[in-house]
Design a binder for this molecule. Structure first.
Ligand SMILES: Cc1ncc(C[n+]2csc(CCOP(=O)(O)OP(=O)(O)O)c2C)c(N)n1
Length: 679
């Protein structure tokens, strides 16, 4: 061990610290026999510079609201982040690093939000972190505009990230970069790990455009550094980036994947596999590190990194004092701040929910959604969002509110542009920041374009509201490319996402209530383009029952149906018509409105049994989408009516008729079913 100490002494403090990061990553990947050592080895120097000289954070309180955010977009390099968190003194003991990628550890293969203190977002799907960072920076600007007052800077932090070749190749980063440049998000600073290597080899095989010119065109501030170990150059570039307050910044840092490994540096094999015991030994030797050590953290390095705790405490203390003084001068704003940060809704919100009188002509549920949004928005000023260029169709615009754009960041209407994927991921970032309830609209069909971001929102348990309109063939003439078929089923298959398909205007108010109250996961509203009657509830189940997901909308006089008809959204009025027709034929039919499968499935068994009694096996469901999944409610003895093929371009009434989404078909099916059961 004596000899080891001598070797270490040869390093200056910076090199010692950087090699500490590198070797922790190498050792953890080797121990797990799985993971990605190369990226952390190459990016360690810039990460070290950022974390020890610039990042304003408090390892003792990872949720200090005004901390700088750090996003490791190249999530496969997770060990880099875990090493930094451990070394800076977050609650992540060394044993967790030794347990990298193991069951129950706080060091999963890719960073997972909520699992590890200090991890700001779940990354791994390349490009998502890049885009989340843009959303975080959007939230920072909005909150700064709303809360800061002369002499009181409450919100004022940077959003930093390390992004990789893969991040910059993915389309989503193009969308987010374009919007970030347009919005002039000057406090967003990315370090690009420009190591020229991805999995299949050199980036030359697939990625040869001038990336930095691209970013210049996006209106970013661009810098390049030739040597990824040149700490002076890196620090200088970050300083310059901080000074550029009108543009987001990217600093391309030429690094070397697997830096220090004699045989694997600059090769793709350093990307995603352990170096192997022999090469670990050689690498340590090469970097002047004790070659027989494992998970070594030299004391000098540890002391240096841990200064982050002292610095962080002081920073947070100062902020607390400022906030205390702010609370005296602006008590209402301070109170609002606390409510926003804890996702609280106004206590009197209930009285602002609109109700809609019965109306056979009715309105489209998208239009009702616009009315509900506009009735509630003035009372929920942290409800911030927009649409991917479809606001007039999605009815997502908040009237009498300004736009969020460069320089005027207090606006609540965000124009995401035709960038569904970027929008999804930016909303994730906004929610991750804290303080906002983001919502975003597009056509239901294009939920496919943002699905990876929806999935991550659900995984992270973020409160986000998706306003998906034009939710079926009911959109008519735009044809099969625009008509959702499998989208409802696809969204319903995502864990922790709830899909809500209301049947009339009053149910729209209910689904907004549910989405606003749901703090630990996203909600997707599926809304119609076409008008739906506003149901006369005097003889029907109340719209409030939507909270249970599925409920008896219309029952038989004695509550003992022979057949159960069920539907969601725009097919509910058709189903009511079918029930009336069956009644005329002396058949007792119950209509169940299945607004949300997820919420219904959460109900106690007794409730579910009361809605769908086991003994009534004659059941028919109707939904203008693919039939997949409805069998769980109709049972093997029931019939699922739906559309298991693509749509067509025609007026919607014609499409409903041609595809059998009619009361007539439901009645016929129901009669046949009863007949078969009688035989
Ligand atoms: C959306 C997405 N597609 C594919 C992958 C699988 N993947 C992980 S890393 C990687 C290559 C990334 O190369 P680069 O970003 O340059 O990382 P480096 O080789 O520098 O570690 C790929 C394709 C992924 N994580 N996310």
């Amino acid at each position: 061990m004596k000899g080891d100490q001598v070797k270490i002494m040869k390093n200056d403090l910076d090199t010692l610290c950087i090699n500490t990061i590198r070797m922790l990553c190498v050792d953890a990947v080797q121990q797990a026999n799985s993971g990605h050592p190369g990226m952390p080895m190459g990016a360690a120097a810039m990460a070290y510079t950022l974390w020890t000289r610039f990042l304003r954070h408090n390892p003792r309180n990872p949720s200090w609201p005004n901390r700088d955010r750090f996003v490791l977009s190249a999530g496969h390099g997770s060990m880099l982040l875990y090493s930094l968190l451990h070394l800076a003194g977050y609650d992540l003991p060394l044993d967790e690093l030794k347990n990298f990628r193991q069951w129950g550890s706080r060091t999963p293969g890719h960073p997972e939000y909520g699992r590890t203190p200090g991890v700001e977002t779940t990354t791994g799907p390349l490009g998502q972190g890049f885009s989340n960072g843009v959303g975080i920076a959007v939230a920072e600007r909005f909150l700064a505009a709303r809360f800061n007052k002369p002499g009181f800077t409450i919100v004022d932090h940077h959003t930093y990230g390390i992004v990789s070749d893969g991040d910059l190749m993915e389309g989503i980063s193009h969308e987010a970069a374009s919007l970030a440049g347009h919005l002039g998000l000057g406090k967003l600073i990315y370090l690009y790990d420009d190591n020229h290597i991805s999995i299949e080899g050199s980036t030359d095989i697939a990625f040869t455009e001038d990336r930095m010119k691209r970013f210049e065109a996006y209106k970013w501030h661009v810098q390049q550094i030739e040597d990824g170990n040149d700490l002076v150059a890196i620090a200088g570039a970050i300083e310059k980036a901080q000074k550029e307050t009108d543009k987001p910044s990217i600093i391309a840092v030429r690094t070397h994947i697997g830096f220090g490994s004699p045989n694997k540096q600059d090769t793709p094999s350093a990307h995603g596999e352990p170096l192997g015991p022999e090469e670990v030994f050689r690498t340590k030797e090469n970097l002047g590190w004790p070659s027989d050590s494992s998970f070594l953290i030299p004391e000098k390095a540890s002391t240096h990194f841990l200064q982050a705790q002292v610095r962080g405490n002081t920073m947070e203390q100062e902020w607390n004092e400022t906030f205390h003084a702010y609370s005296q001068s602006f008590p209402d704003l301070a109170d609002t701040w606390h409510r926003w940060m804890s996702q609280e809704l106004p206590q009197d919100l209930e009285k602002y929910f609109p109700s809609f009188p019965p109306d056979p002509k009715g309105i489209a549920t998208r239009a009702a959604s616009g009315k509900v949004l506009n009735a509630l928005a003035p009372h929920i000023p942290n409800l911030v969002g927009g649409s991917a260029d479809l606001a007039p169709s999605n009815k997502t615009l908040i009237s009498n509110e300004s736009d969020f754009h460069a320089g005027t960041y207090e606006g609540r209407n965000i124009h995401f542009g035709v960038r569904e994927h970027g929008m999804g991921s930016i909303m994730n970032g906004m929610a991750l920041h804290g303080g906002l309830i983001p919502y975003g609209g597009t056509f239901l069909i294009f939920s496919d374009y943002m699905k990876p971001a929806i999935r991550l929102a659900a995984m992270m348990g973020l409160q986000i509201i998706y306003v998906f309109t034009h939710d079926s063939i009911g959109l008519g003439e735009d044809g099969p490319t625009h008509q959702p078929i499998e989208q409802l089923a696809s969204l319903r298959s995502i864990p922790n996402l709830i899909v809500l398909r209301p049947a009339d205007a009053n149910e729209v108010a209910q689904v907004w209530r549910i989405a606003l109250q749901r703090k630990n996961g996203p909600s997707a509203l599926a809304l119609t383009r076409q008008s739906l009657p506003t149901l006369d509830r005097s003889a029907l189940g109340p719209a409030e029952s939507v909270a249970k997901g599925g409920y008896i909308l219309k029952d038989t006089d004695d509550g003992r149906p022979e057949i159960i008809l069920m539907a969601s959204g725009s097919e509910v009025p058709i189903t009511l018509e079918a029930a009336r027709e069956l009644e005329k034929q002396k058949i007792k039919a119950r209509v169940v409105n299945m607004v949300s499968w997820e919420l219904f499935d959460e109900q106690p068994i007794d409730y579910r049994e009361s809605v769908l009694p086991e003994k009534v096996s004659a059941r028919v469901s109707l939904e203008a989408g693919c039939t997949q999944g409805w069998q769980k409610y109709t049972g093997a003895g029931g019939v699922v009516l739906g559309i298991d093929h693509f749509g067509a371009s025609a007026p919607f009434q014609k499409l409903y008729e041609e595809f059998g989404i009619t009361a007539k078909n439901m009645v016929k099916t129901g009669l046949q079913l009863l007949e078969r059961k009688r035989r």
